[in-house]
Design a protein around this ligand. Sequence first.
Ligand code: BDP
Length: 716
Amino acid sequence: MKKTTLWLVCLCYLLTAKGENGYDLWLRYTRITSPSLLTSYRQQANSLIISGSSATMRIVKEELTNGLSGLLQITPALRNTPYRNGTIIAGTPASSLLIHNANIRTQLQQAGEEGFVITTTFVNQKKCILIAGNTDRGVLYGAFHFLRLLQTAQPIPAQPLVSAPKLRLRMLNHWDNPDRTVERGYAGFSIWNWHTLPNYIDQRYIDYARANASIGINGTVITNVNANATVLTPAYLEKVKALADVLRPYGIKVFLTARFSAPMNIGGLKTADPLDPGVQQWWKEKIKEIYSYVPDFGGFLVKANSEGQPGPQDYHRSHAEGANMLADAIAPFHGIIIWRAFVYSHENPVDRHQQAYNDFTPLDGQFRPNVMVQVKNGAIDFMPREPFHPLFGAMPHTPLMMEFQVTQEYLGQGTHLVFLAPLFKETLESDTYAKGKGSTVAKIIDGSLDAHSLTGMAGVANIGNDINWCGHPFAQANWYALGRLAWDHTLSSEQIADEWLRMTWSDNPAFLKTASRLMLESRDLFVQYANPLGLHHIMGTSHHYGPAPWVNNLSRPEWNPVYYHKADSAGIGFDRTATGSNALAQYQAAVQRQWADVNTCDEKYLLWFHHVPWTFKMKSGRNLWEELCYQYYTGAAHADSLQATWQSLQPYVDKQRFEQVRMLLNIQHKEALWWRNACVLYFQSISHMPIPASYEKPDHTLEYYQQLQFPFAPGI
Ligand code: BDP
């Protein structure tokens, strides 16, 4: 073996043998592997001129210094004037004369308040890189983007690269409780340690801020939508202030959830009626108090009259009256109210699919300008696959904010490898036809279809205090994807997966090819072995872990899986066409046409919209029952094969994370078999048709699966 080859093999071994715990996320800044690229980058980027003295600019300096030290293994020299080729000049036209004088005015205009320009130019005959923004935040985003270019082996732009976010609010929603439990959290306890705040600042808060800034996230709701009013008391506002102070230099605003009954819970009032002057006054004073702690407080996220939460309807007031009361109180401080459209009621016999639309569309145009309505991607609830929510396109006079779930409540929780970018993209690219062809959900939420300037996307966070933040080592990719798509929803799932893999794991081409396929197929795979053909909401009660399609005894009809699959001797599926609930009528005619006819409906959504006979002939030639079996069996078999696929990647992955994923894929396979067996056996008990002989028989009886209990499953 040649000396250099031997050296490389040793290096590879050392790198992979050393365990990585995942704490560094996609900001590992490991040495660039390609020697030629390394040389080229070193020539182009070796010293820094950082203008401005704000906390944000100090972070820019620190990040670029750390990034270049790790990636290029050089300590960049800090300068005031460019005296050699390869100087990075970072700043704003206001803080840096060099940027002010550079020929990038038009590009800076396009960059707006938060965007940036990266380009190469000559200053004093020296070839320099400019990282410019109109604000320090813009420069920070530019610095992270610049580092990402190096991390992902991209060329440094010779011509101006301009990037501006397509959405104004790019947020995480933490469903974190004051006792540090996390609703639907699968990565340990909440990262917010309320008990030691405000005096103890955990390093995690800072690293959380860095990670978010690196992908452009600029807002965080730190408390659960199922809200506790205690967070609005002075003792807690002190703690909120401490967090806001940490997050601010990273461009992140803090938001809180407001419990609608807070005036009664902590204010001693007898009512929380939004039209009561005493209630209005209470909120005005409370909001003023919050701003005295956090002068750039973002606003409130509100879950009202949903799943037992208090709200304006308790006083026969509308959602608009509730939201507007808070909006008026917060308007003087330029805060906003994000009002959730996730509402349904057990007293309402109408198909749950229709309820939010019925409640909200009559209110279109009634909300104050500083109110956004936050709509889940689908009408039921973050299902593994849902058609887009019919509210998108139905409220042109109201800014609608997208709510995705990053935490995998219904997509394998903490144990399945499921990359969610394809799910997010599927919704964003759906055509609502609200204003004719091309009226995609993305154009509704980015404000371009209805000329809204208040725009946003939120993701329910999957972050906890596990050492690697998200539990499953691949779950970090979903946090990453949310941020990247909130910045630019035109990015493809492929690009996002590729970036994340290179930064988080390895840039070896063999690794990338296999690992990205693993990620890109993972969501469809989960659907196949858990909720094929449009089945939905057939998971276990309360913890939502695993299959339980048989459940029929819960107090609210729409909490029961049987409500959703409606399997009977004739067939299976929810008829949402004109012969059934007619939820389909909530979509535009062109959309209805795609799904209305059982013979032409996309099979992905077949059982979402139709009650279909077991003997119905599918496109494959199989009948529906056989197709259902085929989907479950094929999915579970594919889940099995992931283990061998991962095994083939061992040479490229450090030992610790390799083992973690190996063990999790083993669990995933077992759970895929569990989904398959439990669902096939249960539906067979209704269809009375045989499981095709070519498939292995489930290894337990239906009764076995029905009696499984998980009293301590996480996330409840
Ligand atoms: C459901 C979750 C529940 C949340 C609810 C919501 O199971 O824990 O409170 O969504 O979004 O999916 O409010």
